[in-house]
Write a protein that binds this ligand. Sequence first.
Ligand SMILES: [Zn+2]
Length: 105
Amino acid sequence: MKYIKLFTPVTVLLCSVLLTSCQVNWFGQTFQIKWWVILITVLIFTAVIFVIGGKSIASHEYICPECNKKFRPNWWTSVFTIHLNDDLVLKCPHCGRKGFCRRCD
Ligand SMILES: [Zn+2]
């Protein structure tokens, strides 16, 4: 399961780098951009989006349907878990149940 979670972002990053042209035309002038500049830019942009999205999702409280206790997931877990609308697959820190937890705020 951990490999599947890493497969998608790595594939997206590799495809976006490999399909990107390294020649840039800017107001009639042509520039050659090194592939590693594009890779670093894509990596930084992706990391920023993941951190912002994860912190946004983790700012909400979720309720466990088993023990009805509220908890906040950490941002790293909330980014890579399965989403269905506002529900996330999370592991409850109180009872240990892993499953869909509803957002309660
Ligand atoms: Zn629970």
